[in-house]
Design a protein around this ligand. Structure first.
Ligand code: ZN
Length: 124
């Protein structure tokens, strides 16, 4: 399977600089209209691969309430058809999975997505 180099850029809320990882993406997903289910599966794997490392890289605080973060919400936006394929991931540190800050984080991102481009997040 041929691949292309991928820039995976994570913009963690509350952090100035994005975190960038170099990875690879199957060339079959870099076409104008890639199979959606495969793209979603690829994004899920990508997030999983780096999630723990990002969590451990510093003591994150909840985007909403300033408590210690125990997890992160990810909202990946794929730009795989570009000449240099990239994924921008908006990450929100949250204090508690399934808690209020988790729910509000999801709502906020959903609203932003609707306003920005009329497309929902990949459902991750
Ligand atoms: Zn919180």
């Amino acid at each position: 399977m041929s691949t292309k180099p991928l820039n995976y850029e994570i913009q963690v809320m509350g952090r100035q600089q994005p975190i960038v990882y170099k990875d690879a993406v199957p060339a079959s997903l870099t076409v104008a209209a890639p199979p959606k289910d495969k793209t979603v599966a690829f994004l899920a794997l990508l997030i999983k691969k780096y999630h723990d490392e990002i969590m451990k890289s510093q003591a994150w605080k909840c985007w909403k309430c300033d408590k210690k973060a125990t997890s992160m919400l990810h909202t990946p936006m794929p730009y795989l058809h570009l000449k240099e394929p990239m994924v921008t991931d908006i990450a929100q540190p949250i204090c508690c999975n399934g808690g209020v800050c988790d729910k509000e984080g999801r709502l906020m991102i959903e609203e932003e997505m609707r306003e920005a481009c009329g497309v929902g997040p990949a459902g991750l």
